[in-house]
Design a protein around this ligand. Structure first.
Ligand SMILES: *[C@@H]1O[C@H](CO)[C@@H](O)[C@H](O)[C@H]1NC(C)=O
Length: 295
């Protein structure tokens, strides 16, 4: 190793530089070692998300405020509930509920569904048959109500959905638990039934709550191709995976409304399931209606 020293004053200065330089080299090496050491620690944490400074929320959101419950009515509760959610969109009205269910609850729901899976069916419009609608919905599924589930898990989930939506449990259909395997999908559709296509309806679907029971390696997103009104192209290819997409993650919930407050169908609530590319997708759906469900 050669130390660069100003060669002023000839050889004597050069030797002097060497003598004083050696301890300096050790100190330098020591600091380089320390720098390398800390850099390697930082790099090894690369997949841990960096701590982002939390944006200050407006006071009206009430973050960091202690809440005291009020005296409640006969059907009310004695405590304050907090169910975190993110507004994904106002057009359609779509909300994301992170970690809505636990891993154990999701695993149990898959287990109870597995034994009874059958190819999913469609509500048919005039002129449609099982044969000519083949390929629109290729998942397998089953229906199960909270009262049929002896583990009590569906009861808990249903109760939590009712709290999140403030629509009574009695308005929900039975859970529809679905499995999508590689290549399986559900072309874009409405959950509400347009009377012009399906005839007069006794009861209409207001909202849908999807609970993802599994992660999906690749694909399987829930998509809203008409989010915010775009592209609104009637020639749009219903098999394409476009628009607002939500990636399934075990335990996460997605709630969206199919109807406007005035009861007409929100065209931006059109949605579908992108094909699963790798892995499997398990999802439990709760359709919520504007009338009490008797089944
Ligand atoms: C219902 O509400 C939507 C959204 O606010 C509005 O665009 C539509 O014109 C309304 N329809 C009727 C029949 O009132």
């Amino acid at each position: 190793m050669k130390l660069r020293v100003n060669k002023v004053g000839g050889n004597s200065r050069w030797r002097w530089g060497w003598k004083l330089g050696l301890p300096a080299v050790f100190v330098l090496c020591f600091f380089l070692f320390l720098a390398g050491f800390f850099a390697s620690i930082l790099l090894s944490q690369e997949d841990v998300p960096m701590v982002q400074p939390t944006p200050r929320l407006p006071e009206s959101v009430g973050v960091g405020v202690e809440f005291d419950p009020l005296p409640h009515g006969e059907t009310g509760e004695s405590f304050i509930t907090s169910i975190p959610f993110q507004i994904l969109s106002w057009k359609p009205r779509a909300l994301y509920f992170p970690h809505f269910a636990t891993v154990e609850q999701c695993q149990s729901m898959i287990k109870m569904a597995k034994a009874q899976l059958a190819p999913s069916t469609l509500a048919l419009r005039e002129g449609e048959t099982a044969e000519n609608t083949k390929g629109i919905r290729t998942s397998s599924g089953m229906f199960i109500s909270a009262s049929e589930d002896k583990t009590g898990i569906l009861d808990l989930i249903e109760e939590k959905i009712a709290r999140a939506t403030m629509i009574p449990r009695s308005h929900g259909e039975a859970f529809n638990i679905l499995r999508y395997e590689i290549g399986q999908r559900y072309n874009s559709h409405y959950d509400a039934f347009n009377p012009a296509e399906y005839g007069p309806q006794k009861s209409q679907r207001i909202a849908s709550f999807l609970l993802y029971l599994s992660d999906v390696e690749e694909g399987g997103e829930t998509m809203f191709p008409f989010e915010n009104g775009l592209p609104m192209d009637l020639n749009y290819d219903y098999q394409k995976c476009v628009g607002l997409k939500m990636k399934p993650r075990r335990g996460d919930g997605l709630l969206f409304y199919s109807l406007f407050p005035n009861g007409t169908i929100d065209v931006t609530s059109l949605h579908g399931s992108c094909p699963v590319i790798a892995g499997q997708k398990w999802v439990a759906t709760k359709w919520i209606r504007n009338q009490v469900q008797n089944d």
